[in-house]
Design a protein around this ligand. Structure first.
Ligand SMILES: Cc1cc2nc3c(=O)[nH]c(=O)nc-3n(C[C@H](O)[C@H](O)[C@H](O)COP(=O)(O)OP(=O)(O)OC[C@H]3O[C@@H](n4cnc5c(N)ncnc54)[C@H](O)[C@@H]3O)c2cc1C
Length: 468
C-alpha cells in the first residue's frame, strides 16, 4: 500500500505528489489521460501570478500582498475567502525556488495587451515544459505514476479516505489528495448547469473547451453525492471569448483573441453590448466568455482597424479582412446597415486624448451606451478586421470546500486524510471573476499544502500502526 494516493496529473497533483514524496511518503499518482495528453489544463498555461516586494529575476518592480489582494477582491466582487486568498498570495512569493529545484524555468513576460511583466512569472516553454519537468522530477524521486487511470469513486468511512476505485481495481492508501480538475470538459454537465435561456437556446451547446477533455468532473460529482461540502456556483467559470474556429478541446492559448480592448465588440445583431475598455485586459479577458454566452447564438465579433495590429498577441487564426466596415459586415454575415451605424456612432462618440494602452488612458466615448471608457479610438484605418468569438470555458469554479490545510469537509467537519487542491477547490478563492495567473498560484499553493498534509497524515498513521 502507498502512503499517499494523488488523483490527477496536472499542476496541483504534481505539486502534491512532489511535496508528499519529499516529506518521505511513498506516492502513487493516477492520471486519467494517456501519457501524451498528461498534465490536464496545466499543460496549456504560461504563467503564475506572484507577490513580491521588490524586483525579482523575471519580475519587475513590486507587487505587494495588499495590491494582489485588492486585485482579487475586485475581480471576485468580494466572493472570496480572505484567509485562503492571502495564504495563496503569500505562498506565491516563495514557491519559485522550489519550482526551479524541480526543473521549472522562468522567462520575462511577452509584450502585448497583457500588462503582466510586473505581476506574472512566465514558464520557459509554457505549461507543457512545467508539467514535463515535474513528471521528470517525480519519476526521479520515485513517485509511481500510472496513465489511463481514471478514478471513478472513493471508498470513504466517516469522512476518512479508505480506497479509490480505478476501472474496477480497488487501490488503498493511507491518505489521498484529490486534484482532478473541475467539470469543464463535461458538456452534459455544462448544459445542465447553464440550462435553457429565454430564447429557448441551450447556451452551453455553443461553448468550446479551451483545455483538456479529461476534466469530466467524475470525482467532483461523486464527492457531491457522498455529502462532501461544496462551494461555488456551477455556472461560474473562467470563460474567455475565443476564436469560433477553435477545436472543441485543447485549442489552448493561441485561440484567444486579445484585441477586444483595442476595438469594439458587437453581437449577432451588429450592436455593441459592453464596455470594451473597462479595465486592463488581464483583469477583464475572463469576463468576455460569459458576456458572449449571454448574447443570442452565443457568438460575438471583435472588430479592429489597422491601428490595433501589432498591439496584441497574434491569434492563430487570421481575422476576416476588408477595406470598409460595410464590406467587413458582409464578410462576417452581419446586417450591413446596422453594423455601419454601430461603427459610425462609436466613431462619433470617441473623445481621443493621449492613447496609451499601458495605462487606463483618457480615450473614451461620450454619449454612447454602453460607453467605452478607455482606449477608445475611432475605427478609421483600413484594412478592418473581424473575429467571430465563442465562449471558451477554461475551468469551472464549483468545487470542494476546504481550509488552510487543504482538507475536504463533510458536514462542516474536516477529513483527517482526504485533501483537495487546484481547480477542484479554486472556488474557495474564486467565487467569480479572474485575474491572470491566479489559477496556477492557487494550484501550486494548495497542491503543496495538500501534499505536505497528506504525507503527515499518512506517516502519522503508519507510526500509530507500528506502535499499536
Ligand atoms: C488554455 C489555458 C490556458 C491557461 N493559462 C493559464 C495561465 O497562464 N496561468 C494560470 O494561472 N492558469 C492558466 N490556466 C488555468 C490553469 O490551467 C488551471 O488553473 C490549473 O492548471 C489547474 O491545475 P489543476 O492541477 O487543478 O488541473 P489540471 O491541470 O486540469 O489537472 C487535472 C488533472 O486531473 C486529471 N483527471 C481528471 N479526472 C480524473 C479522474 N477521475 N481520475 C484521474 N485523473 C483525473 C486530468 O487528466 C488532469 O491531468 C489556463 C487554462 C487553459 C485551459
Amino acid at each position: 500500500m502507498h502512503d499517499v494516493l494523488v488523483v490527477g496529473g496536472g499542476n496541483a497533483a504534481l505539486c502534491a505528489a512532489l511535496m508528499a514524496r519529499e516529506a518521505g511518503a511513498s506516492v502513487l499518482l493516477l492520471e486519467s489521460s494517456p501519457r501524451e495528453w498528461r498534465g490536464g489544463n496545466s499543460q496549456h498555461t504560461r504563467n503564475l501570478r506572484c507577490m513580491h516586494d521588490e524586483p525579482q529575476d523575471v519580475l519587475l518592480e513590486a507587487y505587494p500582498e495588499e495590491e494582489f489582494w485588492q486585485d482579487l477582491l475586485k475581480v471576485t466582487g468580494g466572493n472570496t475567502d480572505e484567509k485562503l486568498a492571502r495564504l495563496v498570495i503569500r505562498a506565491s512569493s516563495t514557491c519559485r525556488p522550489w519550482m526551479r529545484k524541480h526543473g521549472v524555468r522562468f522567462q520575462p513576460s511577452l509584450a502585448g495587451t497583457l500588462h503582466l511583466s510586473r505581476t506574472n512569472a512566465f514558464f520557459m516553454g509554457g505549461g507543457k515544459a512545467l508539467v514535463n519537468a515535474y513528471y521528470r522530477s517525480a519519476g526521479n524521486l520515485g513517485v509511481d505514476i500510472r496513465y489511463d487511470a481514471t478514478v471513478d469513486r472513493l471508498e470513504l468511512q466517516d469522512g476518512r479516505f479508505v480506497a479509490a476505485f480505478c476501472g474496477g481495481e480497488r487501490i488503498e492508501a493511507r491518505a489521498c489528495v484529490l486534484a482532478s480538475g473541475g467539470f469543464e470538459s463535461n458538456r452534459e454537465w455544462l448544459r445542465e448547469a447553464w440550462g435553457r435561456n429565454e430564447r429557448g437556446e441551450w447556451p452551453a451547446d455553443n461553448f468550446l473547451i479551451r483545455g483538456t477533455r479529461f476534466n469530466q468532473g467524475v470525482l467532483l460529482r461523486h464527492m457531491m453525492d457522498q455529502g462532501a461540502d461544496i462551494i461555488g456556483d456551477p455556472t461560474q467559470a473562467h470563460c474567455v471569448a475565443i476564436d469560433a474556429r477553435a477545436p472543441l478541446y485543447d485549442g489552448g492559448i493561441v485561440t484567444r483573441v486579445d484585441a477586444v480592448s483595442l476595438g469594439i465588440m458587437v453581437n449577432r445583431d451588429a450592436r455593441r453590448f459592453y464596455d470594451e475598455g473597462e479595465d486592463f485586459w488581464p483583469k477583464r479577458y475572463a469576463i468576455w466568455g460569459r458576456l458572449v454566452a449571454l448574447q443570442a447564438g452565443q457568438i460575438a465579433y471583435c472588430i479592429i482597424d489597422s491601428q490595433a495590429v501589432g498591439r496584441f498577441m497574434p491569434p492563430v487564426f487570421p481575422g476576416v479582412q476588408a477595406d470598409t466596415p460595410a464590406q467587413l459586415a458582409a464578410a462576417l454575415g452581419l446586417d450591413v446597415p446596422t453594423f455601419v451605424r454601430t461603427v459610425e456612432d462609436y466613431n462619433a462618440a470617441c473623445r481621443v486624448g493621449r492613447f496609451d494602452h499601458t495605462v487606463l488612458d483618457d480615450c473614451h466615448t461620450e454619449g454612447l451606451a454602453p460607453a467605452k471608457t478607455h482606449w477608445a479610438r475611432p475605427l478609421v484605418k483600413p484594412p478592418f478586421y473581424g473575429y467571430a468569438l465563442r465562449p471558451g470555458i477554461t475551468f469551472t469554479y464549483l468545487g470542494l470546500k476546504t481550509d488552510d490545510r487543504a482538507r475536504v469537509h463533510f458536514g462542516g467537519l474536516p477529513s483527517d486524510n482526504l485533501f483537495v487542491a487546484g481547480e477542484m477547490m479554486a472556488g474557495n478563492v474564486l467565487g467569480k471573476g479572474y485575474t491572470a495567473g491566479v489559477g496556477m498560484s492557487i494550484g501550486t499553493a494548495f497542491g503543496r499544502i495538500a501534499g505536505t498534509q497528506a504525507a503527515k497524515a499518512a506517516l502519522h498513521e503508519e507510526v500509530a500502526h507500528a506502535a499499536a
